[in-house]
Design a protein around this ligand. Structure first.
Ligand code: URA
Length: 216
């Protein structure tokens, strides 16, 4: 199942336009906040698919029948570019446990790269709903490796994979390498192209650098 949120007009489109815009990107605090706001919108949309239960709540004037989440999801992201969006998701699922994975592109002399995972901190995920976010789904390789790394820690009930921008190639890769039925893809917008260095075009550039500055 794939949800592309930009197919429906909403504030999400405004924030995606801003994170793509080279002028607005100069304000890194606004870039981070927009990524966070996008995370909040994804969290709200995903919440509609989660399990809810009735709860009687005592108000100052009586008793109200309310609905609350049956369980909190576990939310996971890939360091470092995923941090602002992760914060947005955590703002809404505020009691969730969190997983962090460090995955990076190790570039080789022939111009190719492989994804290296160096660190994974993960709470128990057996029978939990997992929300795994990475702002850019480019080749799909880091998302698939990260998902497999998390699966080595337990078996989630279902996984919601979230990216703000995806390439058509990245979507195909994820669909091909992850068991169908075990995950739902939530995307902001889909772009057609990838550069030779696997950047999404038109995309937005390097999400990690835009949020936190350049790295060596
Ligand atoms: N990571 C990014 O930050 N940008 C891309 O376009 C692809 C991967």
């Amino acid at each position: 199942m794939i949800h592309i949120l930009e197919n429906q007009e909403s504030l999400l489109s405004q924030y995606i336009a801003e994170v793509r815009d080279v002028e607005i990107q100069k304000d890194s605090m606004r870039f981070r906040r927009n990524m966070e706001r996008l995370g909040e919108i994804f969290a709200y949309e995903i919440s509609k698919k989660l399990s809810w239960k009735e709860k009687e709540v005592i108000t100052p004037l009586g008793e109200a029948q309310c609905k609350v989440l049956t369980d909190q999801p576990v939310i996971a992201t890939i360091l470092r570019a995923g941090l602002p969006m992760h914060q947005g998701i955590l703002n809404y699922f505020d009691r969730a446990e969190n997983a962090f994975i460090s995955a990076y592109r190790k570039h080789h002399k022939n111009g190719s790269f492989t994804i290296q995972i160096e660190y994974a901190s993960c709470p128990p995920i057996d029978e939990k709903v997992l929300i795994l976010s990475d702002p850019m789904l480019a080749t799909g390789a880091s998302m698939v490796l990260t998902y497999k790394e998390l699966l080595s820690k337990g078996k989630p009930l279902h996984t919601h994979i979230v990216s703000i921008l995806a390439s058509a190639q990245g979507i195909d890769y994820v669909k091909k390498h992850l068991p169908s039925g075990s995950f739902t893809l939530w995307l902001g917008a889909v772009d057609d192209e990838l550069t030779a260095r696997a950047y999404i075009v038109p995309g937005l550039g390097d999400a990690g650098d835009l949020a936190y500055g350049s790295k060596l």
